[in-house]
Design a protein around this ligand. Structure first.
Ligand code: NAD
Ligand code: MG
Length: 332
């Protein structure tokens, strides 16, 4: 299996020359995309709620700002960089009424298109450019002459037949082709993103930390010790893995730690955990998770808010607050 990667020479920046790009949203990604495209010579208008907090910030950054509807109306390309939970509403209220086959819609995450919360007409091009890094890094590396790797996907080419080439031109203006743009699909990006955050990154890691903490505290060890061993040192290990992979991390830990790692790790993430991971993936693939989350939002998030409240009351938060107060370097 080989994946396609696009670089500078694969993009045709002229496709965005004399074109108007509406960036809807000015948060983590929106600000970086708007400023990078602007600096690349693309005509940019930022679409926001007139009463919103981002409006002033975008103005101060020297950009043209308008309501989402005004920004979208005259744009050749419309980038959806408002939160995923707001995109369907913004599409229906501000984009759909004036949408035409001359326009291309661009996303930085595939949820709403893949799960049919947004269903554009066939003549409209629908693409994704998703930087694999936070907005501040997308902006900073661009200013340093580098770029963050991105994902590219095409949901539909539209009647122009140019949607993919336009997405590459966008990725070029964003700085993405400097690092490489990897081709994927809306399905693959969306499903792997959800699985990663649920099973490993957010859900998996926090559950693992809490389970380790609770095991030590229930066995009579001091919560402070449990915090250091199960949470605080996580960063050290993850930074090493991020920098150079598993073997690199293992070259920094003791022989005892390494032996415990390779013999006990597989007992923790055993066949039962793998079976649960498959169930979680299956709920993502079937759309069950997406339906649950869409309905939860429509119901004003009662379950979500209750669970977050319970998480905030976990003893690890209280001991963590006390211990972090001793770590002067964290205060900045
Ligand atoms: P964000 O929460 O940082 O910013 C959202 C922006 O949208 C803010 O400017 C907010 O004022 C504005 N906004 C909110 N509701 C609005 C509405 N109803 N109408 C108009 N404007 C509204 O969002 P983000 O993290 O930049 O995410 C944007 C997209 O990028 C999402 O699809 C997300 O999945 C994707 N993405 C994010 C990251 C990341 O690092 N944060 C990385 C890759 C992809
Ligand atoms: Mg994610």
């Amino acid at each position: 299996m080989s994946i396609k990667v696009y670089y500078e020479q694969d993009a045709d920046p002229s496709l965005l020359r004399d074109k108007r790009v509406a960036i809807l949203g000015y948060g983590s990604q929106g600000r970086a995309h708007a400023l990078n495209l602007h600096d690349s010579g693309v005509e940019v208008v930022v679409g926001l709620r007139p009463e919103g907090a981002s409006w002033q910030r975008a103005k101060e950054d020297g950009l043209e700002v308008a309501s989402c509807a005004e920004a979208a109306q005259n744009a050749d390309l419309i980038a959806f960089l408002v939160p995923d939970s707001q995109q369907a509403k913004v599409y229906q209220e501000s984009v759909e009424p004036t949408l035409s086959g001359k326009q291309t819609l661009l996303f930085a995450h595939g949820f709403n298109v893949h799960y049919h919360q947004i269903v554009p007409p066939a003549e409209v091009g629908v693409v994704m450019i998703a930087p694999k890094g936070p907005g501040n890094l997308v902006r900073k590396l661009f200013q340093d002459g580098q770029g963050v790797p991105c994902l590219l996907a095409v949901a539909q080419q539209g009647s122009s037949g140019q949607a993919k080439a336009t997405a590459l031109a966008y990725g070029h203006a964003l700085g993405g082709t400097r690092a490489g743009i990897i081709e994927t699909s809306f399905k693959e990006e969306t499903e792997t993103d959800l699985f990663g955050e649920q099973a490993v990154l957010c859900g998996g890691v926090t559950a693992l930390i809490k389970a380790g903490f609770e095991t030590l505290v229930e066995a009579g060890y001091a919560p402070e010790m449990a915090y250091f061993e199960c949470l605080n040192e996580m960063k050290l290990i993850v930074d090493l893995i991020y920098q150079g992979g598993m073997a690199h991390m293992r070259s920094f830990i003791s022989e005892t730690a390494k032996y415990g790692d390779v013999t006990r790790g597989p007992c923790i993430v055993d066949d039962h955990v793998r079976a649960t991971m498959k169930e979680i993936l299956s709920d993502i693939q079937s759309g069950k998770f997406a339906r649950e989350w869409v309905l939860e939002n429509q119901a004003n998030k009662p379950v979500y808010n209750a669970l977050l409240r319970r998480e905030a009351q976990h003893p690890i938060e209280e001991v963590g607050q006390r211990l972090r107060a001793m770590m002067g370097w964290l205060k900045k």
